[in-house]
Design a protein around this ligand. Structure first.
Ligand SMILES: [Zn+2]
Length: 262
């Protein structure tokens, strides 16, 4: 059991502070590569809603940062340490605030449950992630080997989670939504919308399905989570607001993303 013990020791080694440093570094790198929307009111709105949910979801009190990627592709992802990215295409296809908060809650769930760090620790077991992690955390230029690790391991670590992690993120998201006052049915209706888009416009949702396997099973699981969460069907929960519809209209009116009409 020495192996198991040393894995546990490694697991304890990644502190929240290190996680935030890792996420900040990775976020700086990808922000240079992604076409980010720099519209103040849009970012204020996403950050206001996102931080409200994060304050409920993550007891560590770390600061979350939300970004909007100017792409028509429906997608969202989160980096460790609270860096959450939502594509414009997802915002424009969310019918109401509860669908939008369902996606934010799911991504916040990945951060709060430290899914990336768990995967990084699995990569450490393969003697790869450790070097990559310390290279990034120490802020020095990674060696050639580490660079390869960032591409291979980094991609694997941040591009997708296991099905168990996806299920857990969905399950905790229902709880966050109810506590934040949003109707968790939005998660179900958004999954259903994605499944129907998969038939109509498969290229738009390809990335989403690659990283978030959305199946009828996921819809059923979300419905079950709603059924067992106290207060999840309460009439006091918010499904939509005027502010969300204004926000969505504003996003839709911004200059078209480069990948529109592809
Ligand atoms: Zn996910």
């Amino acid at each position: 059991m020495a192996g198991a013990a040393s894995t546990a020791a490694c697991a304890g080694a990644v502190s929240t502070q290190q996680e935030v440093a890792l996420g900040a570094d990775y976020s700086r790198q990808i922000n240079q590569q992604l076409p980010l929307l720099n519209d103040g009111p849009t970012l204020n709105y996403v950050n206001q809603i996102g931080q409200q949910i994060a304050a409920i979801a993550d007891p560590r009190g770390i600061r979350y940062n939300f970004y909007v990627v100017n792409s028509d592709v429906v997608n969202a992802f989160a980096l460790p340490g609270g860096y959450v990215y939502v594509n414009r295409g997802l915002i424009e296809r969310a019918d109401n605030l509860s669908e939008f908060t369902g996606v934010l809650s799911h991504e916040i769930g990945h951060v709060a449950q430290r899914h990336s760090i768990e995967q990084l620790q699995r990569a450490q077991n393969a003697n790869l992630g450790l070097q990559v992690l310390y290279g990034v955390l120490l802020g020095r230029n990674p060696s050639g080997v580490e660079q390869a690790g960032i591409q291979l391991g980094g991609g694997a670590v941040f591009a997708g989670y296991t099905r168990d992690a996806e299920r857990e993120a969905d399950a905790v998201a229902v709880g966050y939504m109810v506590r934040a006052g949003y109707n968790p049915r939005g998660m179900v209706t958004f999954f259903q919308e994605l499944l129907s888009m998969q038939q109509r416009q498969p290229s738009r949702v390809e990335q989403w399905f690659a990283t978030h396997p959305t199946t009828q099973e996921r819809v059923t699981n979300a419905q079950a989570a709603i059924a067992r969460t106290p207060g999840a069907t309460g009439s006091n929960l918010t499904t939509d607001t005027r502010a969300f519809q204004n926000f969505r209209s504003r996003v839709a009116s911004l200059p078209a993303p480069a990948d529109r009409g592809r």
